[in-house]
Design a protein. Sequence first.
Lengths: 266, 303
Amino acid sequence: MSKAYLSIEELGITFRNGAKSSEVLRGVNLQVDRGEFVSIIGHSGCGKSTLLNVVAGLLPVTTGAVILDGTAVESPGPDRAVVFQNHSLLPWLSVYENVRLGVDKVFKSTKSRAERHAWTLENLALVQMVHAKDKRPSEISGGMKQRVGIARALAMEPKVLLLDEPFGALDALTRANLQDSVMEIHAKLGNTVLMITHDVDEAVLLSDRIVMMTNGPSATIGEIERVELARPRNRIAVDATPPYINARHAVIEFLYSRHKAVREAA
Amino acid sequence: MTLPALSITPAPGKAMLEAAPTATADVVPIPRPAGPESVRFGERLKGFFAVTLPPAATLLVVLVVWEMLASSATSGLPSPTRIWMESKELILNPFFDRGGVDKGLFWHALTSLKRVAIGFSLAAVVGVALGVLVGSSKLFHRGLDPIFQVLRTVPPLAWLPISLAALREANPSALFVIFITAIWPVVINTAVGVRNIPQDYRNVGQVLRLSPFEYFFTILLPAATPYIFTGLRIGVGMSWLAIIASEMLLGGVGVGFFIWDQYNASRISDIIVALVWVGLVGFALDRLIAFIGHVVSRGASAQ
């Protein structure tokens, strides 16, 4: 057994629908160190979201195992907080209440009422959303919703933060803003992060390592590219540096030359 | 295209800045135009008439046509003016009470409403509970849904003989008929609402490890609320239909019985007045439930 903080070992996922069965993932091995930022990139339908859902515990493992901090993952839990692609804030709760719901659940016995209130506000401040704390999700923009989703996940103090294409539905400028925020937060808190993305630049800018998935069915990890850029990173300063260009080229080469999107899947 | 615009725009600002210190001007009082309040009031009045005029015009046309059709001596139905003459007291004084069943329409409506309140509340509670059960469990859905689909098509009055035979008394039978009529839309809509809870919300519940109890109150119930209130709205309308029909057969005080009683006394004008009451009360019930739904779901359900 490896000593990595998060360890995915010989993971295979097969969906069964009556007599039909389809193998989505086969032989996935990945070790993530504490505080590391790892992106998973691949074409649509390659099973990257499936992989994330398995780590989250939302889908059961067929073969192999996911081990986080020495414990096998079997069910969902707040130690693996997920930021969903479409934010999935509860529309009948205010921004504050959405975050507080998670805080109350995780720190019910360890923090007092006042402490939980302060902790909720602290996490909203981390994503610069205190000003909208009493608004409902329908009253704030898509980027703001995603910020609140990140605050809700961070407030649970997860061992690993799972981001499922968190900025996929946002426009380019808002996305850049949020990427900067995520980098700041990562620098400040040192979270272990696993992020699904289909944006090459986003992967290179944010990650320590980029995991490239082959096309499904029976997808697996094709290559892992390490991004040799010092932190903190500034999107303008790193943009034309050799490590950035090299990493970007490696990923694009993998995705568009060696593992082109399968027509049917796209 | 953009270049000239860019070079021109700063100019007026600059000119104003330079001119500002030297410029002198007399203060000229500008006559106050129509204030924003009066404008808003005018707008509101316009909006009010835009909403109220069309139905008022429709009503007027209906009354005029009715008057023309029913004014011949041989007509079986009274014209609006004859209704006014014959049932003036009933229209103008809904609150009289001469004992027995000789009461104003307000008291009849109140009695009917009390029955609806009891029967419908029962239907709402049991209906939501059953709907949640059917909506959240495949097994219960398979077991119960076909039976519900058959039972819901049984007309309210068909239940009356059975409930009379089982309960032996008029009042509980009437309540049962309301209950059994109103429950089906509540059950079916609640079940649909629970089944349609987005997977995202379920995932949130799972990641937070909410207990079944917490999940029920923080996610399931609020997510299904718009559907539940759709069911309640249909249900309250149907229970109002059922009470009128069952009171006709059961007797005593109540709008349904009043209509039957006046029919036996051949007072058609009074029946028409009672019909207007039935319609208005039914409309008010529907609005009431819609309003409660709007408040409870914090604007998510349509009013």
